[in-house]
Design a binder for this molecule. Structure first.
Ligand SMILES: [Zn+2]
Length: 280
């Protein structure tokens, strides 16, 4: 699933590749996504100019000059493809094709968990999709004190599950949660309540660093994720613990053959990776 760095990468690619274009045509070939694509989507957006691209958590927001915004989520397997002209023969699972004055955006989503809806821009913050979303790692509000206060209220949850809670910090997914805790040297299974203020300092720094590095690298390539230009991100090569069961972590001096290396456990139903030598 695209996580925050992937969504940020897609948003940047749209901004660079399409920019402030006029929407000329919309073809919905398959509208049954997680939520139904509105039947009157074309009527709502054709002729409008794209004003800006934003990201809220893992949603891409495209603000138009007619006081409406497109809200786009890539679901589990959604991809955005950019091209100069509409595809002559759309590929399988090309569900939505938006032609603009500066190129064509094609949305492909084999599993159809994605979402594309259109809302009045002023209603965005009150919409159920966004009403409970926590602060964004890059908005400057992610202080050690904020994390400490929030984690204290989550007694029964592991710190790793707390990081996945979108009402706490928006946009951290399963891969980066393991990477962030490794960077902060904190064991993922520890209770949120036990994380000290000092550790919250390390954690807030790790969240920003890991996500920023991933954005710079163009997001991860895992299963379904592909950048809009068709190339693959390469942050996976920098993963320290994710999917590396049994291997030595980059900072370990121990012999992985003897210690068993990186461990995998399941927390809240999700795979979780850590090094028990480095993380406390
Ligand atoms: Zn290690």
């Amino acid at each position: 699933m695209p996580e925050l760095p992937e969504v940020e990468t897609i948003k940047e690619a749209l901004s660079r590749g399409i920019g402030r274009a006029r929407i000329d045509d919309v073809v919905v070939r398959q509208g049954s996504l997680r939520q139904k694509v509105p039947d009157d989507l074309a009527a709502q957006i054709c002729g409008a100019l794209i004003h800006q691209y934003r990201r809220i958590a893992k949603y891409i927001i495209i603000d138009l000059n007619n006081s409406k915004s497109l809200v786009w989520h890539m679901g589990m397997s959604g991809k955005i493809k950019l091209s100069d002209k509409p595809p002559e023969k759309p590929e399988k699972n090309d569900h939505i094709i938006i032609a603009t004055s500066n190129g064509v955006i094609t949305y492909n989503d084999p599993r159809r968990f994605g979402l594309l809806i259109c809302l009045p821009t002023i209603e965005l913050s009150q919409h159920p999709l966004f009403a409970h979303i926590g602060i964004d790692p890059f908005d400057g509000g992610l202080t050690p004190q904020y994390l400490f206060d929030k984690l204290q209220t989550k007694k029964k949850t592991s710190v790793k599950q707390a990081l996945l809670d979108q009402s706490l910090v928006a946009g951290i997914g399963n891969i980066y949660a393991s990477e962030i805790l490794y960077r902060a040297r904190i064991l993922p299974q520890r209770s949120s309540y036990s994380i000290s203020f000092k550790e919250c300092r390390a954690l807030s720094e790790a969240i920003c660093q890991v996500l920023q590095e991933a954005i710079r690298a163009g997001g991860s390539t895992l299963r379904d994720y592909q950048k809009p230009d068709g190339s693959f991100g390469y942050f996976q090569h920098q993963h320290c613990v994710y999917n590396k069961t049994g291997q030595a972590c980059p900072d370990c001096i121990c012999n992985a053959a003897k210690t068993g290396g990186i461990k995998k456990i399941i927390l809240g139903g999700r795979s979780t990776f850590y090094c028990e030598r480095i993380q406390k």
